[in-house]
Write a protein that binds this ligand. Structure first.
Ligand code: NAD
Length: 334
């Protein structure tokens, strides 16, 4: 059985070879193209990331292909209609780091609530004065979680560990879920008006674009904290600046900004290819919010933990092994 991996970086090779002992593994650093596919007439499984565009032209060169395993959540780089016609199965990684992003969310919240950055800057300068560094407790405060999916649920779990009251707004609220999670669902306006901390965990869609904006920013509780680790386009940037100017927000923590060159998959940010096509650093530096003291910005790094990246490889290996054992998992509906 021959398995070919594409878009693989050095640190991933060792893991793959260890996990898939007994199989013939071919590793390609580059994405798949017609020329490589032509040499893979006997390949039965391929694993790719999103830069491998699996078109009919490429797929038809591999007549023995039975399974495509993408190391991404999204699969719009694969011609699913062709796969269906030819009986090729497709697996993805539906989720890989819900707790990872939730933990980063709290890294931002705690850094802001306890003035960690200015505190550290001060001690590094040799001063141990505490003037102006007073923070506030999370215990007893209300966090408004927008989006109760994989990540939102982890944020709720952690928030409850801190003794926070959790309220939520999501696409499909239901009483059973509210009871199970010990939360209450509200309209977006209610959530904005009741929350001491607002945290976003919804996908960026046409309906969610600028869900926090200049028109509804006034509804937010005065002095609240705004946290976004989902997608920059969920919040109108001008509204954040307005909210800070007017004291509506006491602080803002962002792992994502608008104008991030349409990042689809977090792992893209680790790839040289992404960096080539998008000068993220310059865009970040140019961003006006960066200059504000009560704003903390991280470079879309919430996903970036050893464990989350290992999980992508672990799930990929499991997808392959389970398929071989005729107990397939994470199959994309064709
Ligand atoms: P998920 O699909 O599990 O959950 C999304 C939630 O949003 C669901 O509860 C859904 O009901 C809700 N939702 C969808 N459309 C909505 C709408 N129109 N109005 C209100 N609620 C709506 O997704 P997830 O795994 O929890 O991830 C959430 C987002 O986090 C992702 O879409 C991604 O953009 C972002 N993310 C960021 C990083 C990072 O590194 N910063 C990493 C992973 C994911």
């Amino acid at each position: 059985m021959k398995i070919a991996f594409f878009e693989i970086e050095d640190w991933e090779t060792e893991y793959i070879r260890k996990k898939l002992q007994g199989y013939t593994i071919e590793i390609y650093k580059e994405h798949i193209g017609v020329d490589i596919a032509e040499q893979l007439k006997d390949v039965e499984i391929i694993s790719v990331f999103i830069y491998s565009s699996l078109t009919e032209e490429i797929l038809e060169k591999m007549p023995q292909l039975k399974l495509i395993v993408t190391r991404s959540t999204g699969y719009d780089h694969i011609d699913l209609a062709y796969c269906k016609k030819k009986g090729i199965s497709v697996c993805n990684v539906p989720t890989y780091g819900a707790n990872t992003v939730a933990e980063h969310t709290f890294a931002l919240i705690l850094s802001l609530s306890r003035n960690i950055i200015p505190s550290v800057e001060r001690t590094r300068r040799g001063s141990f004065e505490v003037d102006g560094l007073r923070g506030f407790d999370l215990h007893g405060k209300t966090i408004g979680v927008i989006g109760v999916g994989h990540i939102g649920k982890e944020v709720i779990r952690i928030a409850q560990g801190f003794g926070m009251r959790v309220i939520a707004y999501t696409g499909h609220p239901n009483e059973e879920l509210a009871k199970k999670l010990k939360i209450s669902f509200h309209s977006l306006s209610e959530l904005l008006s009741l929350s001491d901390v607002i945290s976003l965990h919804v996908p960026l869609l046409k309906e969610t674009r600028h869900m926090i904006n200049k028109r509804n920013i006034g509804k937010c509780k005065k002095g609240s904290m705004l946290i976004n680790t989902a997608r920059g386009g969920l919040i109108e940037t001008e509204a954040i600046l307005y909210g800070l100017e007017k004291g509506i927000f006491s602080s803002v923590g962002l792992d994502v900004l608008e104008e991030e060159c349409g990042v689809k998959e977090e792992r893209e940010l680790l790839s040289g290819k992404f960096i080539e096509s998008c000068d993220l650093k310059t865009q970040l530096y140019n961003h006006v919010l960066l200059r504000r003291e009560n704003v903390l910005i991280t470079p879309h790094n919430a996903f970036n933990s050893n464990e989350a990246l290992d999980t992508i490889l672990k799930i990929t290996s499991e997808n392959i092994v389970n398929f071989m054992n005729k107990t397939p998992i994470n199959i994309v509906k064709l």
